[in-house]
Design a binder for this molecule. Structure first.
Ligand SMILES: N[C@@H](CCC(=O)N[C@@H](CS)C(=O)NCC(=O)O)C(=O)O
Length: 234
């Protein structure tokens, strides 16, 4: 590619993280531009047909949109394949990337639930998906398909990152008894490309985002911070 790639981003977006992880796994230098999704600039509206991040700006000025085609493009154009060779395996991997997107929708339902009933129902729906994954993971690990890190791993690392923050104020039990999923989560969180995909203030930014939802999760966060304040006062 003639010149540097640019990843059009948002600090909290899990789909942006997929592209950032793949770029880093392939040692591709790239620039990053953050977009305020509450106040989208005109050039972004023009470049992004769905008005969403990520976008990948190529060296020739063209923009790619949608995380799945973006990471597939990177996989095809940059050395070090992150997709399996066998077409059926590849199709399965693509399906599990979509499965990760469905879990992200479930996480959205969880943090937007208005009351405890909706919250626990959304939590159970997310857990059911991880229960399914427990049977799909390579038993030897450390990643989805065993030793090689793949595009599927890049899709799940941002999913697990939500729980690193949720764990600070709620015991959801999402991964209880799901030993392979937990081991996968741990391996992904130790991966340098995963760590570098967000800024250091990600947990704080996500916490503020969750506090503002006016949801049951916001209420749990509020309870936790009151508890902490009380403990600090004693
Ligand atoms: N299917 C898209 C989903 C991307 C997406 O949902 N991006 C969100 C942020 S995480 C967004 O840009 N939302 C802005 C909006 O909908 O206005 C992909 O895989 O790239």
């Amino acid at each position: 590619m003639p010149t540097k790639l640019t990843l059009i981003s948002h600090a909290l977006c899990p789909y942006v993280q997929r592209a950032a992880i793949v770029l880093d796994e392939k040692n591709v230098p790239f620039d990053r531009i953050m977009i305020d999704l509450a106040d989208k600039p005109d050039w972004f509206r023009t470049a992004s047909p769905l008005g969403k991040v990520p976008l990948l700006k190529l060296g020739d000025g063209r923009y790619l949109f949608e995380s799945a085609p973006i990471v597939e493009f990177l996989d095809e154009t940059q050395p070090g394949r992150l997709h399996p060779e066998d077409p059926a395996d590849r199709a399965r991997h693509r399906a599990y990337v979509e499965f990760a997107s469905q879990i992200l929708n479930g996480i959205g339902a969880l943090y937007n639930a208005r009351d405890d009933t909706g919250f626990y129902a959304a939590g159970e729906a997310v857990r059911a998906k991880f229960r399914h994954l427990e049977g799909e993971l390579d038993p030897t690990g450390p990643f989805f398909a065993g030793r090689p890190f793949s595009l599927v791993d890049a899709a799940y690392a941002p999913v697990f990152r939500y729980f690193d923050v949720f764990d600070g104020f709620a015991d959801l039990g999402t991964f209880d008894t799901l030993d392979r999923v937990m081991a996968w989560r741990t391996s992904l969180s130790a991966r340098p490309s995963v760590q570098k995909a967000v800024s250091k203030d990600y947990p704080k930014l996500l916490t503020v985002f969750l506090q503002k939802r006016g949801s049951w999760m916001s209420h749990l966060l509020d309870l936790r911070s009151r508890e902490k304040a009380l403990q600090a006062a004693h």
